[in-house]
Design a binder for this molecule. Structure first.
Ligand SMILES: [Zn+2]
Length: 359
């Protein structure tokens, strides 16, 4: 057996069946989805602000509840082998806490099969949307687990005030942080270094994640290596979603610098995108495709990020690995991990606590 095969998280069994650990979605937005509802026709959105404004209008027009739509998507994820997820859920004065309540209710219905972390996410602005900070704080007592943030400088208008607010909430309530950062370029890298500096000074090493972090995907930026180094020292995670035309990280580079990467779906069939299924089997295939995975080791890495890597992010490693005597696993018709990533079949069955999941 080669070293690569020895490191595989997938175990070939008799009869051409492959066992893998449970899958983990490290970044998904189940409150925004239309899954299980009618078709949503989307409007053009030249800029991020247009996407956000379309999102709010779409959400206000939905007739199916947050709980029903989120449940439909999360159920599909479970059937696809997902056993844990980190859900970014909108909190804002326009919608109050109903998205947090709806996703938490959906999660409770799926609790035997799915661990759900909810990030209170200020999609419509934090300090630029007065009243949101108070709602974020309230959400932490009503179903949200983590504190979220969004483009502190470009969208919210004040890097330091935004970071004071989110780090302050995290400190007061003892929660982890997960901040969306879409900004590109040297300015975005400077923001990441500031977040890393605060992470260390707050003693939050290993507990801060940056969603998307497109700035980390541009290898032409001279400040990239030192930014990756300070992020690694702060134990920060990057969550990528390998979406359509969005930049993807050079995984070898991040690995070399020690920045851990998680993988997620991002928005599924919402106003942001008509694509997505909530299946991490699909998502690891897209990551491999978008990053140009060629060797078995590169394909295996996609499987690892979608399973044990994500489990480490959400603190579910013991539950989802093989440490429990193979009580939790996903079974596929595949000969190996690399073949699984490329073929992306539906699971033959999903097993929790030794029993086949039936939904
Ligand atoms: Zn997101």
């Amino acid at each position: 057996m080669s070293n690569e095969a020895a490191r595989s998280v997938a175990v070939p069994r008799e009869g051409g069946v492959l066992h893998t650990p449970g899958f983990v979605d490290g970044h998904i937005h189940p409150d925004k989805t239309t899954w299980g509802s009618g078709w949503l026709s989307r409007r053009p959105a030249p800029e991020l602000r247009d996407l956000i404004s379309n999102d709010l209008q779409a959400q206000l027009a939905y007739t199916d509840s947050v709980e029903e739509r989120a449940y439909a998507l999360m159920r599909n994820a479970v059937k696809s082998g997902t056993m844990a997820m980190r859900a970014h859920v909108d909190v804002g004065t326009q919608i109050g806490l109903k998205n947090v309540h709806g996703v938490r209710a959906a999660a409770e219905r799926l609790a035997p099969y799915l661990q759900v972390q909810i990030v209170a996410f200020p999609q419509f602005g934090l300090l630029s949307n007065p009243g949101t900070l108070e709602l974020m704080e309230a959400s932490l007592g009503e179903g949200a687990d983590l504190v979220g943030g969004i483009d502190p400088q470009s969208l919210d208008g004040d890097l330091h005030a935004h970071l004071d607010a989110v780090f302050g909430l995290a400190r007061r309530h003892g929660r982890d942080l997960d901040i969306h950062l879409h900004d590109m370029g040297a300015g975005a890298l400077a923001q990441l270094r500031e977040i890393a500096r605060r992470t260390v000074s707050e003693g939050m090493q290993g507990r801060v994640t940056i969603g998307h972090a497109f700035a980390l995907c541009d290898t032409a930026e001279p400040d990239l290596p030192r930014t990756l180094d300070v992020m690694a020292e702060a134990g920060m995670w990057m969550a990528t979603c390998a979406l359509g035309a969005d930049p993807v990280p050079v995984l070898d580079l991040l690995e070399r610098h020690g920045v851990r990467v998680a993988l997620g779906s991002d928005g599924v069939r919402d106003s942001w995108s008509p694509f997505g299924t909530g299946s991490m089997v699909d998502r690891m295939h897209l990551l491999g495709y978008r990053t140009g995975a060629l060797t078995d080791a590169e394909l295996e890495r996609c499987l690892r990020l979608a399973t044990t890597g994500g489990a480490e992010l959400v603190g579910a490693r013991d539950v989802l690995g093989f440490t429990g005597g193979n009580q939790h696993r996903v079974e596929f018709a595949a000969a190996s991990g690399p073949e699984l990533v490329v073929n992306r079949p539906e699971p033959l069955r999903v097993v929790r606590d030794g029993r086949t999941v039936q939904l």
